[in-house]
Design a protein around this ligand. Structure first.
Ligand code: LLP
Length: 424
């Protein structure tokens, strides 16, 4: 549901993004199309940054949430750093004008090639996730005559209370290093010539709706940092990952960045006093509310059990409902005041999992009408695929009364560009 602050608002019964009617974008660019608001990207970044005021900090935007160059460039211009999980994301970040010196590199499976590329680019830190990775990174850095700045990703064994697929801070998850092993590894790292150990980090999950798991994890890492200081290992930062949730319009109570900032400030106080600085890796909270997917109704049908609204977007364009059963707000682009019916909003893909909503109360829409699917700026376009040989959809960035196509619709020729027929 568009909230008061949302950039998506009805004007004369027609949904706009900032000053541009969505129907104008749809008729000029076609559907499905992702629409982003530049002012909302700016508002979200500034609100998050301001919530941490007074704590020396870096906001390293998690590129995976939305990696379109036009979106990255807005965040880079605002002064953001980046949290990357592949060389591909570093490549994009630099193409968008982002500073490699403000990049942290997360992920359990960095290859040696990626380590070389990131070291040469001069990234700020590697978030190392295992002992084996640490020793490989040491070897790679030495081979280049460089030292890799390293933070150890600790698995604090804290329950983030979110969907199991996006919960990452439990000891049953593949992420990070146990508290016990982290101590030994930090001591070993301090002796390696190719490594400079500067921090510890965690990321406990995504779409968190409480601040207490962040505070619990900070407390656990504070104990570790204090213990290492006694060994003469002085860490200069703690990276608390991303994870702050957003409102998907289902009435979930989500902490505001200000509430999150207050909880973090309180939990961090003992470390701030020791001169330890903060790194954060927010993704969803910076880009989620700024984006919507606009799709056209193709057909309706009713069988004995259900009513279906078939739209031209599908699970390959926005995968979250199919993958996590996620809820996204939906509204007709025009005339929202009609009576509701209960319907399943589905796409053209040949899978029962290809749905955007089940048993949703929505104004009854006719074929040809446009549907707004909100809160789709994060993990929407970034997770899109070509399944069913569907070209990936265009993306536009609105600024005030005008917009830029920041990604054109893929062509069929682009889709098959790398493919060859067998020669024998
Ligand atoms: N840092 C690390 C190491 C991460 O793995 C992630 C997200 C983030 C930061 C950013 O988290 P955020 O602030 O966006 O919650 N595809 C799923 C979300 C997967 C999140 C993966 N890691 C979804 O659509 O809900």
């Amino acid at each position: 549901m568009p909230t008061i602050e949302s950039p998506f608002q009805y004007k004369s019964d027609e949904m706009h993004c900032e000053g541009v009617a969505l129907s104008k974008i749809a008729s000029e660019v076609g559907t499905p199309v992702y629409v982003y608001s530049r002012s909302e990207l700016e508002r979200a970044y500034k609100a998050f940054d301001a919530a941490l005021e007074g704590i020396p900090h870096k906001v390293c935007y998690a590129v995976k949430a939305n990696s379109t160059l036009g979106v990255l460039s807005v965040l880079a211009e605002l002064g953001a750093g980046a949290d990357i999980v592949s060389y591909g994301e570093l490549f994009r970040w630099q193409k968008a004008g982002g500073d490699p010196g403000k990049v942290v590199f997360s992920g359990v499976g960095k290859t040696e090639t990626e380590m070389v590329q990131a070291l040469k680019a001069g990234i700020y830190a590697f978030n190392v996730e295992s002992g084996e990775e640490l020793f490989v990174l040491d070897k790679v850095a030495l081979s280049l005559g460089l030292r890799a700045r390293v933070s150890l990703r600790v698995n604090p064994d804290v329950d983030a209370g979110t969907h199991p697929y996006i919960s990452t801070g439990l000891k049953t998850n593949k992420f990070g290093i146990s508290m016990e092993e982290s101590r030994d590894l930090a001591r070993a790292a301090a002796k390696l010539k190719g490594i400079e150990i500067i921090g510890v980090d965690f990321h406990i999950g995504s779409q968190l709706t409480k601040t207490s798991p962040f505070a619990d994890a900070i407390a656990r890492l504070t104990a570790l940092i204090t213990e290492l200081a006694k060994d003469g290992i002085k860490l200069t930062h703690i990276d608390i990952g991303g994870g702050l949730g957003i409102d998907y319009g289902k009435g979930d109570l989500v902490p505001s960045p200000a509430e999150y900032g207050a909880a973090v400030r309180e939990a961090l106080a003992p470390l701030t006093a020791l001169g330890v600085t903060l790194v954060t890796e927010p993704g969803r909270v910076l880009v989620g509310a700024a984006g919507a997917l606009v799709t056209q109704v193709l057909y309706r049908k009713r069988n004995e059990a259900k009513h279906f609204t078939i739209v031209d977007a599908a699970m390959n364009d926005l995968m979250r409902p199919a993958l996590y059963g996620s809820y996204h707000p939906m509204k007709p682009v025009k005339d929202p005041g009609r009576a509701d019916i209960t319907t399943d909003v589905v796409g053209p893909i040949c899978e029962t999992g290809d749905f955007f909503a089940r048993d949703r109360n929505l104004p009854e829409m006719a074929a040809g009408e446009l549907l707004w699917i909100g809160a789709a700026g994060a993990y929407g376009a970034a997770m899109a695929s070509n399944y069913n040989t569907r070209p990936r959809v265009p993306e536009v960035l609105v600024r005030g009364g005008s917009y830029t196509v920041i990604k054109t619709r893929e062509t069929y020729e682009q889709l098959i560009a790398g493919e060859r027929l067998p020669q024998s």
